[in-house]
Design a protein around this ligand. Structure first.
Ligand code: PLP
Length: 386
């Protein structure tokens, strides 16, 4: 299943995952027969509203929150814009400082940059060579002026997991608010929003075998968050995401959440075993090391670096596998990854670092194939340039 045409093995699941067949099955009737607008006051509308309600319940069970605590959006980027812009603008009178981390995804950093232009002062926390933040530095950085602290749960490039429960404690001790991008963690590890004590979170369907164009913004009811509108139109989704609900995608996200929850342990164990054998195979190759190797990471993500090599040439030789350099959203540019640069790596290493990301569809033969392709590519390039 993981091998698509031309025998290219797909190992870029942090960019996007295949849609589970059962998710497609759940979505099809919503296109064909049950196509009503969930806001309409007749049988078609009521039916659509009902399937949306079921999806809300399934999603809330996956991330451990109440069905009323999140709104549907077109993905994590849109959710982050609605949440970050809306919350900071609403709370400007409280203070004008935002704290975030240099290794956050652009979906988070860009709305924050927009707020910088509106007069907010942004503190970007440094990370160590594994991507960890210093919690004492964070604690010191939070002042009475801190409106929002933004730290992701798991990094999309390295898989590094931040200690979010501890961070939430620090943030709340100083009466500030925590926004957390949980996009890469959902469906790969257990994400318990209530236990983590996050105030706002975002995630996305297409990273967990659901459809593209559907995600959510979580707003913790206990935090009583004041969020002003970014978009205007209808009153859907608490006025924050106006417009007709994307019912087929919402049903797909609900189905993806249902399977992600019921199969979490099996998927996690399988991916971890495959990831470990991939890492073993990679570390047997001369001049390869793995970023954040000994840190707590997602069970599906490996970011390996090759020393003294031209990363661009190497990528072109690893053409039998689909892997990525930097985040997918940056893939058209040759800029070194801002994540690896923040971790202190120079451009040559950052450009010769590759993310391999597995999914529940990855098989052991995919991994063997990948190790072989990577090994042959490195050795043949090293031989040529020796
Ligand atoms: N946050 C992280 C950590 C991501 O990896 C991504 C996608 O690459 C996003 C946010 C954006 O998600 P979406 O594609 O749903 O807008």
């Amino acid at each position: 299943m993981a091998i698509i045409n031309e025998n290219i093995v797909y190992l870029d699941n942090n960019a996007s995952t295949s849609v589970d067949d059962r998710v497609i099955e759940a979505m099809l009737p919503i296109f064909k027969s049950n196509f009503g607008n969930s806001g309409s006051d007749h049988a078609y509308g009521w039916e659509a509203e009902e399937v949306v309600t079921i999806a809300r319940e399934r999603i809330s069970e996956l991330v451990h929150c109440k069905p009323s605590e999140f709104i549907f959006t077109a993905g994590a980027t849109e959710a982050a814009n609605i949440g970050i812009l809306g919350f900071c603008r609403a709370n400007k009178s409280k203070g004008n400082q935002i704290i975030t981390v240099k290794t956050e995804h652009k979906a988070i950093l860009e709305p924050i940059k927009a707020l910088e232009k509106e007069g907010f002062r942004v503190s970007y926390l440094n990370v160590d060579d594994c991507g960890n933040i210093d919690l004492q530095e964070l604690d010191k950085a939070i002042t009475k002026e801190t409106v929002l602290v933004v730290v992701m749960l798991a990094n999309n490039e390295t898989g590094l997991i931040h200690p979010i429960a501890e961070i939430a404690q620090l943030v709340h001790n100083k009466s500030s608010t925590l926004f957390c991008d949980i996009t890469q963690a959902v469906g790969k590890i257990n994400v318990d929003l209530e236990a983590l004590n996050i105030d706002m979170a975002v995630f996305s369907g297409h990273k967990m075998h659901g459809p593209k164009g559907c995600g959510a913004l979580y707003l913790n009811r206990k935090s009583r968050l004041n969020v002003v509108q970014t978009f205007y139109g209808g009153s859907q989704e608490k006025n924050l995401r106006p417009g007709t609900l994307n019912v087929p995608a919402i049903v797909g996200l609900g189905a993806a959440a249902y399977y992600a929850k019921s199969e979490l342990k099996t998927n996690c164990d399988t991916m971890l075993a495959l990831r470990n054998s991939l890492e073993k195979g990679l570390l047997d190759i001369d001049s390869v090391f793995i970023h954040a190797q000994n840190e707590e990471r997602l069970p599906n993500t490996v970011n390996f670096a090759v020393t003294n090599i031209d990363g661009g040439k190497l990528l072109r030789r690893m053409n039998k596998i689909a892997i990525s350099r930097g985040s997918a959203c940056n893939a058209n540019t040759v800029n070194p990854s801002h994540v690896l640069t923040a971790m202190g790596f120079d451009a040559a290493i950052a450009l010769a670092s590759f993310r391999v990301s597995l999914s529940k569809a990855t098989t052991s033969s995919d991994i063997e194939f990948a190790i072989k392709n990577i090994r042959e590519a490195i050795y043949s390039l090293q031989k040529m340039t020796a």
